[in-house]
Design a protein around this ligand. Structure first.
Ligand code: HEM
Length: 644
């Protein structure tokens, strides 16, 4: 997402992209560590971003069509034909992910080695003419106009516009080789993406990263690392996310916490009913753009009106904290206070980790594409972005290392461990029996938490909105929920019997991918199947957003229509046309967990409530991206929430 945004950016676009500031959940109840980095109330209103800044890719080579974790499935199928036969969405998810996320392309799915990749690449295009890639002339007016779209509307919108203007492959020159890129190439065809992420993946294995990301990660962790380091950590960390039993256990956390949120909503509605408050003014919702202490909530008349996107952020932060290292951020509890309309008392949650997570995310989102030299200058001039970032990282690291030490001690004493990601990673070893060091553990767990929080929150909020904005879709979802659950809580197993809900999840990710761009670096000269020439040093951008909204791939692309993902319709899709989790060896590590979580959160809430979108009033949600998707352009997703 941002990673991509930064692409063109770092230097050129760098300072401009402050356009959209995240307005996600606010850690309003956070206490700062009591130093100069103490966040202001406004900052507390900022979401708890995190390192979700990434990009992904998978290696789907043989599956006929994407079903669940589309990008992964082919490789999964290649590795496990039994699972391939399964039509069960969750089974597909887990099995697909298990093979895909970590199979190095050359081993499990037969992606050619560097040498063969280049020859296969050449042969694939030997029948076509070599042709230059279209695009604006360097430093021309057209180039300026095009680049201005990135500044004003974001790279995701620009990529769609570029493909409409120049075709599915286009190039922007970078005469000064800013950020080391010889030029920027934008791809918007499944065939080209397949080439980069599968056929010739060895040439494009490295993710392009912004300065600040390299600064923060030092090339470590999962998100910021490259090559063998990344592959090893992916192999070690993916275990829990591809293990069905582990996913099942994680699913109980998701359902329990979602029920907690539902209970709080229900209490608010009932309390308001008992007070006989007047009906909330649903006809004139305030967009609540300002970071007010409460996310503009009102209740009464048998319902409440609130920004559901704020609550979903609280929900997913709790979930990732619990799943990652059994840390309860108690953000859902905070919703009662949101609904009471009172400002939170920071003393109630003296959580330094939460403060750090918030600060880290907020600063990172603010400066994501700003070049490092400029950041150092700003720090020297008294705008200490880097210092605040360092401080937040220090707090998170210290807290996590403490937990790791406690866990190691418990483990060596034979005490029962927790059932979380950290516990699984403490004992994970690679092929030569080597485990993860404490430093590696904290970096990886932190990355996974960061990648999993806002992405799932915004996707869930958008899903609730889209389903509710389409009464026919809502009716079908409700009918499926009622029939499958028969009044019981949703579960991992029950999801397997909810194909229509899965279609809705996929459709929302087509229109609103939480991370819209995944960039790669070209190591050597290469040729796309279309005959276009890629040069060594080019940065190649692919976009799930542009693919998902391409009229060439999807009829009536801006309409929310879950039936696009019925088994019959999916069978006609290109394997690389729906890629919300990226594709190839850098594909999202948590794809199956993400789809499961989003589905379960939505199922739990839709089973108990009916939502009526109030703001924005359009069916298409205006979204922007900083590190991940946000709803800043409409000031959130304000909905009437009514018990069913
Ligand atoms: C709807 C939710 C999510 C979406 C749309 C999403 C999407 C993505 C995308 C597009 C990438 C891209 C990478 C690239 O090509 O460079 C990525 C990477 C990643 N995601 Fe997700 N993600 C989601 C949720 C999660 C969750 C829940 C987790 C963990 C629990 C997670 C963990 C990761 C990690 C660790 C990476 C980095 C992989 C690497 O660099 O090798 N994601 N995600």
């Amino acid at each position: 997402m941002a990673i991509m945004s930064m692409s063109l950016s770092n230097t050129v676009l760098a300072s401009s992209q402050k356009v959209m500031r995240p307005r996600r959940i606010a850690a309003r109840a956070v206490s700062s560590p009591g130093n100069s980095a103490r966040p202001s109330p406004q900052q507390h209103q900022q979401s708890v971003t995190s390192v979700a800044a990434i990009t992904g890719s998978s290696v789907r080579l043989s599956h006929p069509a994407p079903t669940a974790a589309s990008a992964v499935e082919a490789s999964a199928s290649a590795a496990n034909p039994v699972e391939q036969a399964s039509k069960c969405p969750i089974r597909q998810l887990t099995s697909a992910f298990s093979a895909a996320s970590d199979s190095l392309p050359s081993t499990s799915v037969g992606v050619p080695s560097a040498a063969t990749a280049s020859s296969s690449s050449s042969s694939s295009s030997s029948s076509s003419e070599l042709r230059p890639i279209p695009g604006p002339a360097p430093l021309s007016l057209a180039a300026l106009q095009d680049v201005s779209i990135i500044f004003t509307q974001g790279l995701h919108v620009a990529m769609l516009a570029f493909s409409e203007k120049y075709g599915p492959v286009c190039r922007f020159a970078n005469p000064a080789s800013l950020n080391g890129a010889t030029s920027w190439v934008f791809l918007n065809s499944p065939e080209a993406v397949q080439h980069v992420c599968a056929t010739a993946v060895r040439n494009y294995g490295r993710r392009y990263l912004p300065d600040i990301y390299n600064y923060v990660t030092h090339g470590k962790g999962i998100l910021g690392s490259q090559d063998e380091y990344n592959a090893r950590h992916r192999r070690l960390c993916s275990g829990p996310f591809r293990n069905r039993a582990q996913l099942q256990r994680f699913s109980t956390v998701v359902v329990e916490r979602s029920h907690q949120l539902a209970d709080i909503w229900m209490e608010a509605v009932e309390a308001a009913g008992a007070r006989s408050s007047p009906s909330p003014s649903v006809s004139s919702p305030s967009p609540s753009v300002s970071p007010s202490p409460s996310p503009s909530v009102s209740s009464g008349g048998g319902c409440l009106v609130t920004d559901v996107a704020v609550h979903s952020q609280r929900l997913t932060l709790d979930i990732v904290g619990l799943v990652a290292f059994s840390h309860d951020f108690r953000q859902v509890e905070q919703v009662s206070r949101d609904l009471g309309g009172s400002a939170a008392d920071p003393r109630l949650l003296p959580d330094r980790v939460l403060w750090a997570v918030n600060t880290f995310g907020q600063v990172l989102a603010d400066i994501f594409i700003t070049p490092l030299p400029l950041l150092r200058l700003l720090d020297a001039l008294g705008l200490p972005h880097l210092r605040r970032l360092d401080e937040a990282v220090g707090v998170m690291r210290a807290a996590m290392l403490e937990v790791i030490q406690e866990r190691r001690t418990a483990l060596s004493s034979g005490l029962p461990g927790k059932d979380d990601l950290l516990q699984a990673l403490l004992t994970a070893t690679d092929e030569v029996g080597r485990g993860l060091t404490d430093e590696e553990l904290w970096e990886d767990v932190h990355d996974i938490m960061g990648a999993g929080h806002e992405t799932t929150a915004t996707t869930t909020a958008a899903l609730l909105y889209c389903i509710s904005a389409h009464p026919d879709v809502r009716q079908r979802v409700e009918a499926e929920l009622d029939q499958v659950l028969a009044g019981q809580p949703p579960s991992f197993e029950a999801l397997e019997h909810m194909p229509y809900l899965q279609c809705c999840v996929k459709e929302v990710m087509r229109l609103y991918p939480a991370i819209p761009v995944f960039p790669r670096e070209a190591l050597r000269d290469d040729e796309l199947p279309s005959g276009h020439v890629i040069n060594a040093g080019d940065v190649v951008f692919m976009s799930s957003y542009a693919l998902g909204r391409s009229a060439a791939l999807w009829p009536d692309p801006l309409t929310f229509n879950p039936d696009r993902f019925s088994p019959e319709a999916e069978a006609a899709h290109h394997r690389f046309q729906w890629l919300p989790f990226g594709a190839g060896p850098r594909m999202c590590l948590g794809a199956s967990f993400a789809q499961m979580s989003v589905s379960l959160m939505a199922a739990t809430l839709l089973q108990r409530f009916r939502f009526t979108p109030l703001h924005p009033s359009s069916r298409l949600i205006p979204v922007a991206y900083d590190i991940t998707m946000n709803f800043n352009p409409s000031g959130g997703l304000r909905m009437k929430v009514q018990p069913r």
